[in-house]
Ligand binder design. Structure first.
Ligand code: PGA
Length: 259
């Protein structure tokens, strides 16, 4: 059997409750024939849509995630969402350290480490996002930055918890409307650094952590990226926010991977 491949999207601060559930229902129906043994689909909607979203679809087929989470269970943390609150929604996945959290809201690797540990403690899978800025790339320190992010964010995570870890490599300069997609060659190089670092941190257990590429994935570059052995999946923003377009991107990518 071929290795499982991952396709997911973060809806960021887009789509209201109605639009989110309509999107999820359509996407689940369009992709219903794809085998969950070989294919993992996930969507990360807004907090306010999560409750309705979890009631609208079967998560065995389409996993739902939260965009962020506080490391504390309760307390004087105005505006934060606790792991206990997310547990009530029966979510499988929590995204930690998206570039917009790090760069707009100033979250640090140490913050992300506390969140990763809390995510695992509460039985969720953590999707850790990492990536270098344009400036770090310019100074030739991308590999050091990625290695630092992984080592700090996964500090005190044990090898027996790796089944609950996913990583998304999203170079900051490649994300969003002004982003420039990474070339397949560049993505491959960085994915290899990430796989090697995961091996260094966790030993053999680190080899099975899926590493997804994200940052301006689109119908023009998805096939080339997913053909790389170092890329275990695609984490898509804008090109996934229409269910029909995302379904086509997924199917073309699966065909490209298998041919
Ligand atoms: P994008 O977003 O595909 O729209 O660049 C990617 C992301 O932020 O995960």
């Amino acid at each position: 059997m071929s290795k499982k491949i991952y396709f997911g999207t973060n809806l960021k601060m887009y789509k209201n409750i109605h639009d989110t559930t309509a999107y999820l229902t359509e996407l689940a129906a369009l992709t219903a024939d794809l085998s969950p043994a070989e294919f993992q689909l996930f969507v990360i909607p807004s907090y306010t849509s999560l409750s309705a979203a979890s009631q609208s679809i079967n998560q065995e087929h389409l996993l739902l995630g939260a965009q962020n989470m506080c490391w504390e269970e309760q307390g004087q943390f105005t505006g934060e969402i606790s792991p206990l609150m997310l547990s009530e929604l029966e979510l499988g996945l929590v995204m930690i350290g998206h570039s917009e959290r790090r760069h707009i809201f100033r979250e640090t690797n140490v913050d992300e480490n506390k969140k990763v540990l809390a995510t695992l403690d509460h039985g969720f899978t953590a999707l850790l996002c990492i990536g270098e800025t344009a400036e770090e790339k310019y100074y030739g320190i991308s590999d050091e930055v990625l290695r630092t992010q992984l080592k700090v964010c996964f500090h005190n995570v044990s090898p027996d918890q790796t089944a609950h870890l996913w990583v998304a490599y999203e170079p900051v300069w490649s994300i969003g409307v002004n982003g420039i997609p990474a070339s397949a060659e560049y993505a491959d190089e960085k994915h290899q650094v990430i796989h090697q670092t995961l091996h260094e941190i966790f030993g053999e257990a680190g080899d099975s952590i899926p590493v997804l590429y994200g940052g301006s994935v689109n119908p023009g570059n998805a096939n080339e990226l997913i053909r790389l052995a170092s890329v275990d999946g695609l984490f898509v923003g804008r090109s996934a926010w229409n269910a029909r377009d995302f379904n086509i991107l997924i199917r073309n990518a699966i065909n490209a991977r298998n041919t």
